[in-house]
Design a protein around this ligand. Structure first.
Ligand code: NAD
Length: 499
């Protein structure tokens, strides 16, 4: 049942063959979708079709949720002790590590990433899965004495079937950020990856099977958001949804959860992240980090550091160097050694970002670099810089999710903090200064879930990640994510005879 996609790479950076099963993965088996519909998978570098995968919808989601419910009751959840769950996660981490290059190649091909970046991301997933493997037998409750004759204890119990929904910008790593804590704490999973980048989650499913997880513990349904995604968030037997994607869809998820079974919800949403470059910053360092933080993965990064405020004393010098750096970025296929930056993920995303470029021009921001498509095929947009942006401009207020840096000038710390926090979002913030007191003061005042001093975004398994304000609810990674996948039960014990 179902088909496979085989692709042979003969590039400077990777030589080898990948084979991906393109069906749905339900109850440990590869199957076609009930409707037999498929989704085309497009190579963003060429704009041409690579393959197609099965398109699941409400029927398939229902079958998968039922399989996950059975597995939760019979072979996972409270039936499998933590150390056994941990052992399987360690095996999974080893298998991912053994296949880093194949997974990275699949991810780079599907999402238009640089192969070297994809390798780093997949290795990061190995670290995350190992981190939660270690937690699997350590996430226990507490004992409380309530009187001489009574005590209570708490249990950190799994929720049951959890629905995981992931976007297209970091399909593999974001999936593992959710899967690892969900499995470590004893939940079973129905994962719906993005219809734009479905391939790497299907490779992951094959590795889960090879690792020996019981059937039904992990199910993957490629499908569209409006069909498969919607069915997952509406399903009465799903106890929790962990979602990463746009604020627009995040809002729908909360609304649906409230109208169905009040399922728990974790949301990792969009960002419009401020960067503050003070006049005492090491300017070369600031430009180096900004060039990476703005243009890495063509700016399709929720924590992109692309709303940039520069002190008036160093504004012109910063812009001059930033423009030189942006213009020297070499675009191309991520499997070429000389390519620094790949394309946007799709025609839709390219059109969306070009719309923002147009609006920046119309609203009077000064275009200093890029702003146009690159020559050749694929969804490439040149690294783009706008200067002299005003707070009311669309390019300052809305998440662009493309290779576009938007730079404004400021005079005082007080003024720039007002500007930085003047947003519905609160995912990340960045400070460039050599004054430690200022760095700490500004970090405390920025309304953001993560603040980075003298660098751009980075993640580590033991550090929480997640937004303030409309950038989300709940945390991923670290010990905090365990809370997102467990519910605390209090058990009261009476040893005495008195009422
Ligand atoms: P999106 O919201 O369009 O889609 C995300 C996922 O939701 C996809 O799998 C999609 O199929 C699904 N979906 C769409 N409609 C749905 C519905 N009605 N019900 C259920 N599922 C539905 O986002 P995207 O375009 O894939 O990704 C880009 C967005 O993701 C950006 O806003 C970015 O900031 C955000 N993001 C946030 C983080 C974070 O950690 N905060 C990380 C990466 C991306």
């Amino acid at each position: 049942m179902s088909s496979t996609f085989t692709h042979q790479f003969d590039t400077a950076l990777f030589k080898g063959t990948i084979t991906v099963n393109t069906g749905l993965f339900i109850d440990g088996q590869w199957v076609d979708s009930v409707s037999k519909e498929t989704i085309d998978v497009i190579n963003p570098v060429t704009g041409k079709k690579l393959t197609q995968v099965a398109a699941g919808d409400a029927n398939d989601i229902d079958i998968a949720v039922k399989a996950a419910s059975r597995a939760f009751k019979t072979s996972w959840g409270l039936k499998t002790p933590g150390h056994q769950r941990g052992r399987l996660l360690y095996i999974l981490a080893d298998l991912i590590e053994k296949n880093v290059d194949a997974i990275a190649a699949t991810e780079a091909l599907d999402a238009g990433k640089r192969f070297a970046h994809a390798q780093r991301e997949v290795q990061g997933s190995v670290d995350v899965v190992r981190y939660y493997a270690g937690w699997a037998d350590k996430n226990h409750g507490k004992t409380m004495e309530t009187s001489e004759e009574k005590f209570a204890y708490t249990r950190h119990e799994p929720i049951g079937v959890v629905g995981l929904i992931v976007p297209w910008n970091f399909p593999f790593s974001i999936a593992t950020w959710k899967i690892a804590p969900a499995l470590a704490t004893g939940n079973t999973i129905v994962l719906k990856q993005s219809e734009v980048t479905p391939l790497s989650a299907l490779l992951l499913a094959a590795l889960v099977k090879e690792a020996g997880f019981p059937d039904g513990v992990f199910n993957v349904i490629p499908g569209y958001g409006s069909t498969a995604g919607q069915a997952l968030i509406e399903h009465q037997a799903v106890g929790k949804v962990s979602f990463t994607g746009s604020t627009f869809v995040g809002r729908k998820i909360m609304e649906t959860a409230s109208k169905t079974n009040l399922k728990r919800v974790t949301l990792e949403l969009g960002g419009k992240n401020p960067v503050i470059v003070f006049d005492d910053a090491d300017l070369d360092q600031a430009v180096k980090w900004m060039t990476f933080g703005t243009f890495f993965h063509s700016g399709q990064v929720c924590a992109a550091s692309s709303r940039i405020y520069v002190h008036e004393k160093v504004y012109d010098a910063f812009l001059e160097r930033f423009v030189v750096a942006a213009n020297s970025i070499r675009q191309g296929d991520g499997f070429r050694e000389d390519a620094d930056q790949g394309p946007l993920v799709s025609q839709t995303q390219l059109d969306r970002v070009l719309g923002y470029v147009e609006s920046g021009k119309q609203e009077g921001a000064r275009l200093l670099a890029g702003g146009t498509r690159s020559e050749g095929t694929g969804f490439f947009l040149k690294p783009t810089i706008f200067a002299d942006a005003r707070p009311d401009m669309k390019i300052v207020r809305e998440e662009i999710f493309g290779p576009v840096g938007v730079v404004s000038k400021f005079k005082t710390e007080e003024e720039v903090l007002e500007l930085a926090n003047d947003t519905q979002y609160g995912l990340a913030g960045y400070v460039f200064t050599q004054n430690l007191n200022r760095a700490i003061r500004v970090s405390s005042t920025l309304e953001a879930g993560s603040v980075f001093v003298n660098s751009t975004a980075a993640t580590a398994p033991q550090v929480p990640f997640g937004g303030f304000k409309q950038s989300g609810q709940g945390k991923e990674l670290s010990e905090y994510a365990l809370e997102a996948f467990t519910q605390v039960k209090a058990v009261h014990i009476n040893l005495g005879m008195t009422l």
